[in-house]
Design a protein around this ligand. Structure first.
Ligand code: PLP
Length: 449
């Protein structure tokens, strides 16, 4: 016999729901992420707000997991997915094509700003997209007669996913610990962030490792053995650290000099989050491969993408053995997900949300920057609608994030940083509400000083 649990069952029903959550559902990155914390069972959403089974409403300043860029309750996206599901749920892209997959690949090619960066492979998650990029880079070099190029170089504080290979691309302990042995062939360079700054001053004035750290790691590995350098334009999970000006330009030069592919992981930053379609567009460089996920599906569609230069693709097209890529997923590029992503891109264009993210993000950053005057605020940083307020201790940051939730605003705790990545449809009034709430919480966190 099964028990049907429905949120509209009153206090007893909600308690049963929370009980069943605690008993049966295994949360990602648990136990810290469980719904058990204040019984957070989300049952609905409208605009930038979500509601819970016990009737609370929150302004979602973290857009779920930084992915609900259009907010909630978007009938335009849902209608497009519904129509596609009735027309054709999907068909394997191994033996055929579907109209939404063709259209979405074409649209992404148009957004990269680079005519040559235009061939797209679809997967489901950010981890899959980055793992695909690793395999593409290695297979590319092998097909070019350079099979010695196996090594993947990343930043120590980068985060690229939770599969085995993408876990090996990070040195963040939470991404790796307990899963060893991780695959060989991954090396790391020191990140352009201040890891442990004891001084009471903004990190902007700290000395941080520059692109020479990448060059050193490249030379140490042996440049002729390196297949690709994989970077996030903003170190997101590490606490929102935008790469410094000039950094990516220098890495691009190194890649060109040593014949290494440059892969940009835009899983978090892509599709408007930073106030540009792609984060790399702030740096005026072009990668060889770029991955997307969160903003592409915008929490409606489970989809990610890997877009490569035509010159990379051509090595596969010329492959005499299998005639192409040795890689694929049964439902990668699912037609319903592609239809959803196309509707997302339509909405981002129609509502001018990329420029909107730049505008509202600048407003929010300006408001938050005033918090630097508080002794417990160590740094305020970010780009577009991807922002962080870093506190001097982890405990202060945890108290602030908790107090904000009690006050009706959901932020994310990443180390000692409270990070914000609200939907791109955020209004300036809502941005003000987030800043007010964070300020109140920060002042309260310092109440015992
Ligand atoms: N890459 C970056 C930059 C991310 O921020 C994330 C997730 O937060 C991933 C990859 C992994 O994506 P997913 O959780 O969809 O596998």
């Amino acid at each position: 016999m099964s028990t049907q649990i429905h949120p509209q069952q009153g206090v007893a029903g909600v308690a049963r729901l929370i009980g069943a959550d605690r008993e049966f559902l295994w949360h990602s990155w648990s136990p810290s992420g469980t719904a058990g914390r204040a019984g957070m069972v989300v049952t609905g959403g409208r605009g930038c707000e979500v509601t819970t089974a016990d009737g609370r409403t929150f302004l979602d300043a973290r857009a779920g997991m930084f992915n609900a860029t259009l907010g909630y309750g978007r009938t335009d996206v849902v209608d497009a997915m519904h129509a596609q599901a009735l027309q054709l749920p999907t068909y394997t892209l191994t033996q055929a094509a579907t109209v939404p997959a063709i259209e979405l690949a074409r649209r992404i090619a148009g957004l990269t700003g680079e005519p040559d960066l235009s061939r797209t492979f679809f997967c489901h998650s950010g981890s899959e997209a980055n793992e695909t990029a690793v395999k593409v880079a290695r297979q590319f070099h092998a097909l070019n007669g350079d099979a010695g190029r196996r090594t993947i170089l990343t930043l120590a504080d980068g985060y690229h996913g939770s599969t085995l290979a993408t876990a090996a691309m990070s040195q963040i302990p939470a991404a790796r610990d307990g899963s060893e042995p991780l695959p060989a062939g991954f090396v790391h360079a020191a990140s352009p962030r201040c890891a442990q700054c004891a001084a009471r001053r903004p990190h902007r004035t700290c000395e941080v490792p520059g692109p020479e750290a990448i060059e050193q790691a490249l030379l140490a590995a042996g440049p002729e053995t390196v297949a690709a350098i994989v970077l996030e334009p903003v170190l997101g999970v590490a606490g929102v650290w935008p790469l410094p000006a000039g950094y990516l330009r220098r890495v691009r030069e190194l890649c060109d000099e040593y014949g290494v592919l440059l892969v940009l992981d835009e899983v978090m930053t892509g599709i408007g989050r930073t106030g540009a379609w792609f984060g790399y567009q702030h740096h005026v460089i072009t990668p060889d491969i770029v991955t997307l996920c969160k903003g592409l599906g915008a929490a409606y569609a489970t989809i990610s993408s890997v877009t490569v230069r035509q010159s990379v693709f051509e090595a596969f097209a010329a492959d005499p053995l299998l005639g192409g890529l040795r890689h694929g997923f049964t439902t990668g590029g699912h037609a319903v997900a592609c239809a959803g992503a196309l509707a997302v891109l339509d909405a981002v264009e129609r509502e001018d949300l990329v420029a909107g993210a730049a505008r509202t993000g600048a407003l929010l950053l300006e408001r938050l920057s005033k918090l630097r005057e508080l002794p417990e605020v160590h740094d305020v940083r970010g780009v577009g609608l991807l922002l962080a307020v870093e506190f001097t201790t982890l405990e202060q940051a945890a108290r602030v994030e908790e107090a904000m939730a009690v006050d009706g605003v959901l932020a994310r705790l990443q180390g000692a940083a409270v990070t914000l990545a609200p939907p791109l449809v955020l209004t300036s009034e809502q941005a003000g509400r987030i800043a007010d709430c964070l300020e109140r919480a920060a002042l309260a966190a310092g109440g015992d000083r």
